[in-house]
Design a protein around this ligand. Sequence first.
Ligand code: GDP
Ligand code: MN
Length: 343
Amino acid sequence: DGVGEGDAAITSGPVGHGSSHDAASRPVKAAFVILTRNSELHQVRASIRQMEDRFNHRFHYPYVFLNDEHFTDEFKELTTSLASGETFYGKVPPSMWSYPTWINVTKADEDRAQLEKSGVPYGGSLSYRHMCRFQSGWFFRHPLLDQFDYYWRVEPGVQYYCDVDYDVFAFMARNQYKYGWTLSLHEYSETIPTLWDTTRRFMEKYPQHIVDRNSKDSLWNFVTEDNGASYNGCHFWSNFEIGSIQFLRSQAYLDYFDFLDRSGGFFYERWGDAPVHSLAVAMFLDKSQVHWFNDIGYKHEPFTHCPTQQEIYKKCHCDASENFDMDGFSCTPRWLDVVQGTV
Ligand code: GDP
Ligand code: MN
């Protein structure tokens, strides 16, 4: 693939940091991962500033920036200058950001035009589809992530509201959590007409990968309310994710991604990486492996997670009246029911 072209060139940040911040000196190998464009420099800097102020000034975890184009020197300089950990900049190789050979491009063009008319966000956007497919199946296979075991996904222009004074990555490792999230909600069903049926066919083909759905530890009921007949659209909002890279590189996850990719739905429909990750979590992980980071207040427009318990809220600066958790469009109530075993 294109990784060998020098396009995946690994560039350490131009501003050096002391060796005490090097990956080798930390107990957990982890990094923030930010897929972004040069044009989002300001919003990326705002996210880094808050991540540093709320969390990373204590821990100095590195940042990995990924882009389907080359980052500019300005982008590198002005992001490294805010980061207290090492910075790495990588170009996504074309092999991870293009149509697979089996896609019928004419059909993809037509289907996009159709979805654009229906007014669904990004319905007509091809770049959005490449982005969703990359975030679903490829970011964790970018060579810059080879050296890490955990990632925290960060997006431009998000807010982190609460002081996080413990090492979140060490917490993930110690508890053997594979996936952590903060906001959950329902997907627009127009974007995923055949995702559920495709997932069910995958499950029939690969039963060995699936957690026993009758087990009390199964997360299956988070994504279905009729015993698997249909998808309720519930997913973890993937613009915030703290996860295990090894989980995404597992045979189960790779088989699932390949199965989905072959069916063409990333292009003919508009499958998001959030429902894809979430369905994988619901199939392959059990309750004890997934953590809701209630204590990490967060906003990605237009939704906010603002912790309501006074003890946690004291360390946060979000507007509690904006908390989305109990909104009708939120899936967090469903999550709580599932982990408490009431459904
Ligand atoms: P939304 O959160 O679903 O509204 O989508 P965003 O526009 O925020 O995109 C999700 C993430 O992917 C963000 O971190 C973007 O910066 C990034 N992203 C989206 N499209 C592209 C693209 O074409 N190129 C690059 N390099 N990054 C992209
Ligand atoms: Mn976004």
